[in-house]
Design a protein around this ligand. Structure first.
Ligand code: SP5
Ligand code: ZN
Length: 348
């Protein structure tokens, strides 16, 4: 049986090549590479899925989840970096921060005049490099997620947004964790006409950006299962079970090494917790799979299929938004397993 749900796509993801990441001060090869989305696309074409080109969305939909200052910065950061001569002296071919607007500096901080310093007002890590095509690709990823939400509002039971760069680490005012704009949050905001929305984040890392964006919002409940930041994993500062907001946030941190049994129990807990909502957005990272280079969780392909069935059984209007997943040989198959599970659970 072919995959039934529409898949939304944009070729413009390829304009973003992070060119590696700066980790503990050293530039290393990154894992958030253009091939990721292409591998997923190949697997879904093979499965007979129908593809839809993303429709350009209004800036309002971006401003629903991000400050204008962040948008203004991201859309001009590369040009400003180049104009400041930083690509020649010191010879840095990506935007990389070197000072940060740390809260310890006080709470009234200026936006720096120097392009070299401005990056650290908006970025919270050194791993999320920005190049000449990053803005256009990140904006196109928003178009993909919002178009998928639109298809669901128009009556599709589910739609899959095949987007990169990922988004769930981007907050209202800051970017990081390989994310620039929060595609998942934008899809959730777009779904609001349905009533209360639940976001269930399956990425191996805590969805800190989405949590922060909706923390004070009773109409969007956010849940995340992820490797315990307290065990030494990104995003390190947040993602603990104690972060409940006003009752609309639910974190389930797992010990490194956790596999299907523990992970699926957490997914079931999040599904039960999402049940009162009228619409569902799944932040689908497949980096919790065993063998993924960015996480120590050990979920199997069958585990992702079972997670899809669990969430599909909610029979809520569902948008699935691609987040992480970095093993190129398995990423496509893992996504297909999950989407197939959604259909087995919800369309049967
Ligand atoms: C969307 C998403 O999955 N973002 C993940 C960001 C987590 N990146 C953490 C990278 C930590 C350092 N990686 C260097 C590995 C060196 N062996
Ligand atoms: Zn991740």
């Amino acid at each position: 049986m072919a995959l039934a749900m529409p898949v939304v796509w944009s070729d413009r993801h390829r304009l973003h090549d992070p060119g590696g990441e700066v980790w503990v001060g050293v530039r290393i090869p990154g894992t958030e590479v253009p091939d990721r989305a292409d591998r997923i696309r190949d697997a879904l074409i093979e499965a007979g899925a129908e593809f839809f080109g993303a429709a350009r969305q209004r800036d309002d939909a971006v401003l629903a989840v991000h400050d204008r200052a962040l948008i203004d910065y991201l859309s001009t950061a590369w040009d400003d970096w180049e104009a400041a001569g930083l690509t020649t002296e010191p010879g840095q071919d990506r935007v990389v921060p070197y000072v940060f607007a740390h809260p310890g500096l006080g709470d009234k901080l200026a936006v720096p005049t120097a392009a070299s310093a401005r990056a650290g007002y908006f970025a919270y890590d050194t791993m999320t490099l920005l190049g000449p095509g990053t803005w256009e690709a990140a904006r196109a990823a928003m178009d993909v997620a919002l178009t998928a939400a639109q298809l669901v509002l128009a009556g599709a039971p589910a739609a899959y947004a095949c987007c990169r760069p990922p988004g769930h680490h981007a907050t209202r005012s800051a970017f990081g964790g390989s994310c620039y704009l929060n595609n998942t949050a934008a899809a959730a905001a777009r779904m609001r006409p349905l009533g209360e929305i639940a976001v269930v984040d399956l990425d191996a890392h805590h969805g800190n950006g989405t949590q922060a964006i909706f923390y004070d919002d009773a109409e969007v409940r956010t849940g995340s299962v992820h490797v315990d930041p307290g065990a030494g994993w990104f995003p390190h500062f947040v993602g603990f079970a104690s972060e409940t907001g006003h009752g609309a946030n639910h974190n389930i941190p797992l010990a490194p090494g956790t596999g299907d049994e523990g992970w699926l129990a957490a997914v079931e807990e999040l599904a039960a917790w999402a049940r009162p909502a009228r619409g569902l957005v799944v932040a689908l990272g497949v980096d919790a799979a065993a063998g993924d280079p960015e996480s120590p969780l050990t979920v199997t392909a069958a585990g992702y299929r079972a997670a899809g069935r669990t969430l599909g059984r909610l029979r809520l209007p569902t948008v699935i938004v691609q987040e992480g997943g970095y093993d190129l040989d398995t990423i496509g198959g893992l996504v297909l397993e999950f989407l197939t599970g959604i259909e087995e659970g919800g369309f049967g």
